[in-house]
Design a protein around this ligand. Structure first.
Ligand code: ZN
Length: 78
């Protein structure tokens, strides 16, 4: 038989890139492991949303903030 599995991936709330787009596994079996893998490649959570390394920065107060302005593409593994 063929069974459907629910999988999770992490999408950037700003540029909509999939954290695992260029990886062998584009999704994971739990939200936790999906986030762990994204976090390991530099992703961050800001106010409950998820952002790729190209979409956040650290401001003068050492806080993580979402970048404003033109979207920048981030390539996994760079
Ligand atoms: Zn992004």
């Amino acid at each position: 038989m063929i069974k459907e599995h629910k999988m999770y991936s992490v999408i950037c709330d700003r540029c909509k890139i999939n954290a695992f787009e260029n990886d062998e596994n584009i999704a994971w079996e739990s939200e936790g492991s999906a986030w762990e893998m994204a976090y390991a490649s530099g992703w961050q959570k800001i106010k409950g949303r998820h952002y790729c390394p190209g979409c956040y920065e650290i401001n003068d107060e050492d806080e993580l903030v979402v970048k404003v302005g033109v979207r920048m593409y981030w390539t996994p593994g760079t």
